[in-house]
Ligand binder design. Structure first.
Ligand code: ZN
Length: 360
């Protein structure tokens, strides 16, 4: 590729990322996209930058054999998985990795394959066994799955997301859309309920100096007490988003202990969340480094230092609740181990505070 072709390829990656962002398959900085340059190189989106903010100079060229790269932007931490896929599938020219909701949740049930349908045709989606994000082990698991199912261009990475391959971007995007629709139908079958995803806000608030500002003037006293307790116990919290999404409401009705089924849940929310059976228990569940406080039968309060952080927590919570319901109804699933959760949670908080320092 000459310089002009390289620039076009970078612009194309950005265009596809915006398309996928628009239809909701890519959100915030989650997931990543790459395209093949030649036998030994790929272009990939950088780590930690929102799709809306991408410019061509941020797209990084990486050697798929030794993972070396040049320039000031760090390639996505999931580049190992992309490089592995390009090495194994010589015909692959474009890869989309998403954390899309339904396919990701279907990948928490501990199944080796998901059977569903798309446009009246049967589809089988292989699931690569779990390993922690960014590890060699994860790339190996993905590589083995791609070799074993050489006819599949779309696989699920257990408890994490999808990997969608194509000779070009159209084919890779098709895989992402097909998998989301097929997995939505699959989850409706498993859960015997309609599956919707999104954040449904109830009573939100934020801190202004020493006072609490409620978004709704009709916020009940009962709810205000919960907000006051959260701010009192968590000096790091400035925003509270009350998420009453369908999935969060369903989960909030059953007192239990919610262990992470998804990598991003362990990272952003915490290593475990209690669902209380009464009002008093809510207050005992306000804990450092756990960014969700469930209310009994009334959804969950998602907290953060900024509005943006609290919103991210609310989105990840909704997805986590869908996975939780799917595993409950399925009767089994693959939970992340406590050690894995602790490692991911620490790693995320460390790199997040570094990023926040850079922005100051
Ligand atoms: Zn990912």
């Amino acid at each position: 590729m000459n310089q002009n072709e390289l620039l076009d390829a970078k612009k194309h990656i950005i265009r596809i990322s915006r398309d996928l962002h628009e239809i909701g398959l890519l959100v915030r900085t989650w997931g990543n996209i790459s395209s093949r340059v030649d036998d030994d190189h790929m272009l990939i989106t950088p780590s930690g930058i929102r799709y809306e903010d991408l410019t061509p100079e941020m797209i990084v060229q990486v050697n798929i054999n030794d993972l070396s790269y040049e320039g000031e932007y760090k390639p996505s931490s999931e580049m190992k998985v992309h490089a592995m896929a390009y090495r194994i599938r010589r015909d692959c020219g474009f890869i989309v990795h998403t954390h899309q909701v339904f396919a990701t949740c279907a990948g928490t049930l501990g199944l080796k394959k998901i059977f569903s349908y798309y446009n009246d045709e049967d589809v089988t989606i292989p699931v690569a066994p779990y390993a922690m994000p960014g590890t060699d082990k994860l790339a190996e698991n993905v590589g083995r799955t791609l070799k074993k199912y050489s006819g599949s261009n779309g696989i699920i990475m257990a408890n994490h997301g999808t990997l969608c391959l194509g000779s070009n971007s159209n084919e890779a995007v098709y895989q992402a859309e097909m998998m989301e629709s097929a997995c939505n139908d699959f989850l409706i079958d498993v859960c015997k309920m309609d599956m919707t995803h999104g954040v449904e806000y109830g009573y939100n608030s934020h801190r202004e100096g020493d006072s609490i500002v409620y978004e709704n003037s009709d916020t009940p006293e009962r709810v205000k007490r919960i907000h006051e307790q959260i701010y009192a116990k968590r000096s790091d919290v400035n925003f509270i988003m009350h998420n009453k999404s369908e999935a969060a409401l369903v989960v909030s009705r059953r007192a239990n202990h919610m262990k992470p089924l998804l990598d991003d849940f362990a990272q952003l929310i915490g290593v475990g969340v209690k669902i209380p059976s009464n009002e008093d228990e809510i207050y005992q569940n306000i804990k450092k480094n756990v960014n969700v406080v469930f209310a009994h039968n009334d959804g969950a309060y998602c907290v953060g230092a900024t509005e943006d952080d609290a919103t991210a927590v609310a989105m990840v919570l909704d997805k986590g609740c869908i996975a939780y319901i799917a595993v409950m109804r399925n009767g089994e699933g693959h939970y992340l181990s406590l050690l894995e959760c602790i490692k991911m949670n620490r790693h995320y908080r460390k790199s997040y505070s570094k990023l926040a320092d850079l922005k100051k």
